[in-house]
Structure formats: structure tokens, C-alpha cells
Design a protein around this ligand. Structure first.
Ligand code: SF4
Ligand code: SF4
Length: 384
């Protein structure tokens, strides 16, 4: 579809351009916000505990939030841990990202049906839910902006993503702590939400400060008759955000990173990482910006109906590099190198930005604990 026919995603203005004062949502009115969103026919998605992890799923009641839980993360490790308080958003990030709602992992994009007159080809009607995402972190706002750039504002746009994105309401929640794997400060994406949200909350003991980021957000705040936040409440919110900044210890030096990687395509570190990498694809599946997908067709047993299915793929799968009768990236060395150089180097050439937002998921969920910041540092250390 030409870009001109795609719905325009309203870009939320930068927070600095906004006049609305910060508001205050008391804890006992959080359910009122969730109820209002459902009444407006949004499908509310929020963090919940499933199978020992905090994931995103349909959320009807604030009791479903991971109240009193946090997580411990490090390379190849993730564990839930009980907090000493009742914070509902006192964790950082789980394995899920909002990508799974805006860019579904499996979707039928075409059908062919045979009848007496021959084959009929159709684009199946797509379900386009109006999602309300509750609990979006600053790095995740940045990841959504990266996917907007690749899937809406590029030469080849994806109408399925564009429709879902245009309808989505985003309620961000600032981080008041950081995981060992976070490096958003290196990527200038967090931990404080600056733009791209409709509302941005900061959780305190008795409620939330609420920053307004769009006319839709302002209208929700008006409907809930939220009073202005007091200075002490805003100051406490600032302190919590500052605490998260202070906790971030992981760094990625991005100085000339594009040239550093592309000038070192034959560096021995690629052999070293290839010895450890399992080519399992985990890092690409949890990454909120990865967008590789493949298209396949399957028929029913009679051969009368065929569905064309689009599903997530990964540059760690050898088949994705099949070209002109052969595989371009046969070994793990070339596949890991492709992933890292695309994220941090050639993404700049293609999309004028980094493909990494510093969320750290690929570090936590790599079964052998490969840490991209260490891989880059090893190459950098070796430079004359
Ligand atoms: S490459 Fe890793 S740290 Fe960067 S955005 Fe993807 S999952 Fe997050
Ligand atoms: S870097 Fe880790 S998560 Fe990614 S493919 Fe290799 S082993 Fe799997």
C-alpha cells in the first residue's frame, strides 16, 4: 500500500511543548481508569504474572497487576522476587514487548479458495483491535517509535501495523528502579518517558502523578476529574526517576559505533561469540524492534483452500538468508554479525536511528548469557 493511503499515527508532542500541568491519580481510582478504557471499547493490556515471569496480557482489574513483585535480571537469568512494598509497577521488563500486539507473530495475510469457477483470491479482513497499553516503559516508547519508522514511515509500509498503531492508546509508567541489564541511558531512550505517550504515570505510595502527552490523554484526565499534582508529589516522582538513572550501571559506548563495527567485519571476536551462540533466535524474538518475518503458504487436505501466513522469523535462522539458490549466511559467526551490525550500524543507514533502545531483553533471555554491550566493548578495546 502506498504510504499516502496509510493512516497517520499521531505523533505525540515532546513533553517540553506541553502546557497541561501534571495531574494526580489516587491509588483507589486506578480501577476507574481501567474501567473507563474498557467502557471506551479499548482492549486493555497490562503487566501480569504468568509462569514465573511478568508478561503482558488482557487486564480487567488492577488486582491482576504484579503488586509487590519485582524481578532480578542478569545475562541469561530472570527471577521474580517479592518486594518489601505494594508497588504495582515495581519491576522493569519481562520477555514480552508491545510488538506482539502491533506486529502479530502469526497472521493470515491472504487466502485462495477453489470453487466450480476456479480460484478466488482474497485479502482476509483483519481484526484491528483498539488496544490500550498500560505500563509502557520509556525504552518501549522508543522501540515503538523505531517500529513506526520501519513499518509506517518507510518506502514499504505495513498496513496491518499502521491500523493497529493508529488506534492504540499508550499509558506509560516511568521506571523507579533499573535492572542490571538496562542501558537506556546509553541509548538516550530512558528511563524517564519524554514523548510518544498519551499519559505517563509515576507510581508513589498513595497514587500516581500523571503527565499528559496528547489530546486523547488530556480528555481522559478531564473525564476522571484528576486534580493537579502537588509540588511534593511531583518532586517525589522526580526523585524516583532519578533513582532509576542512578541504578543503571550497564553502558554501551556508542561513539562512532557504526564505523567501529563496519570497519571490523573480520575481527576475531566474531569467531569467539560464534563459539557461544546457539543461534536459538531468542534475542530476536524478545527484541522490541526486530521485524524479520517470512511468508509461507499451506493448503487444506483437499487442496481447495490455501492460506498465506506471515510469521516472525529471525536472522539467526539460516533459511532467511536463502538467495539465488544458496544460503548467504551459513555459519553462526555470520548470523550473529549480521544481527549486531544491523542493530547498531546499518540501521543508521536505513532508518537514521539505532535499532537498539537499550532494553536489555536480549541479554536476559539469551540462554548462554551473551551480552551485546560486552561484544561491542571487546571490539572497541582492540582498536589502535
Ligand atoms: S538489541 Fe537487545 S537491548 Fe537492544 S532493543 Fe533489542 S533486545 Fe533490547
Ligand atoms: S545470541 Fe543468545 S539468544 Fe541470540 S541466537 Fe545466540 S544464543 Fe540465542
Amino acid at each position: 500500500m502506498p504510504n499516502s493511503e496509510l493512516p497517520i499515527v499521531p505523533a505525540a508532542p515532546a513533553a517540553t511543548d506541553l502546557v497541561p500541568p501534571t495531574r494526580w491519580l489516587t491509588l483507589d481510582r486506578l480501577q476507574g481508569l481501567i474501567d473507563l478504557l474498557w467502557a471506551r471499547e479499548y482492549r486493555v493490556i497490562g503487566p501480569q504474572i504468568r509462569s514465573g515471569a511478568i508478561v503482558y496480557d488482557e487486564l480487567r482489574h488492577q488486582d491482576e497487576l504484579p503488586k509487590g513483585w519485582t524481578e532480578e535480571q542478569s545475562a541469561g537469568k530472570y527471577r521474580l522476587r517479592q518486594r518489601q512494598d505494594d508497588q504495582r509497577f515495581g519491576y522493569n521488563l519481562g520477555p514480552h514487548s508491545w510488538k506482539q500486539y502491533l506486529f502479530p507473530s502469526r497472521i493470515v495475510v491472504g487466502t485462495a479458495q477453489r470453487d466450480d469457477r476456479g480460484w478466488r483470491f482474497d485479502d482476509p479482513p483483519q481484526e484491528t483491535p483498539a488496544y490500550a497499553f498500560l505500563g509502557v516503559r520509556a525504552c518501549e516508547l522508543a522501540a515503538i517509535a523505531v517500529q513506526d519508522r520501519t513499518m509506517i514511515h518507510d518506502q514499504y509500509a505495513d498496513p496491518i501495523y499502521a491500523e493497529r498503531r493508529q488506534r492504540a492508546l499508550i499509558i506509560a509508567v516511568n521506571c523507579s528502579q533499573a535492572a542490571n541489564t538496562c542501558f537506556c541511558t546509553s541509548m538516550d531512550t530512558g528511563p524517564r518517558c519524554r514523548s510518544g505517550f498519551d499519559l505517563a504515570l509515576t507510581e508513589l505510595e498513595t497514587g500516581f502523578t500523571v503527565e499528559i502527552g496528547s489530546p486523547r490523554g488530556a480528555e481522559i484526565a478531564e473525564t476522571l476529574s484528576l486534580r493537579e499534582a502537588r509540588q511534593a508529589e511531583s518532586d517525589s516522582a522526580d526523585e524516583r526517576c532519578a533513582r532509576a538513572v542512578a541504578q543503571i550501571s550497564k553502558r554501551l559506548d556508542t561513539t562512532d559505533i557504526r564505523d567501529l563495527l563496519l570497519d571490523n567485519l573480520e575481527h576475531p571476536r566474531w569467531n569467539d561469540v560464534a563459539q557461544r551462540c546457539l543461534s536459538c533466535t531468542n534475542c530476536t524474538l524478545v527484541c522490541p524492534t526486530c521485524f524479520c518475518c517470512s511468508v509461507s503458504e499451506a493448503s487444506d487436505l483437499q487442496g481447495d483452500r490455501v492460506e498465506r501466513l506471515r510469521q516472525w522469523d529471525s536472522c539467526f535462522n539460516s533459511e532467511i538468508s536463502y538467495m539465488n539458490g544458496d544460503l548467504v549466511r551459513r555459519d553462526i559467526r555470520s548470523r550473529y554479525r549480521q544481527w549486531l551490525t544491523h542493530k547498531l550500524a546499518t540501521w543508521h543507514d536505513q532508518f537514521d536511528s539505532s535499532g537498539c533502545v537499550g532494553c536489555g531483553r536480549c541479554i536476559t533471555w539469551c540462554p548462554v548469557g551473551i551480552d551485546l554491550t560486552e561484544e561491542v566493548a571487546a571490539i572497541r578495546e582492540d582498536q589502535p
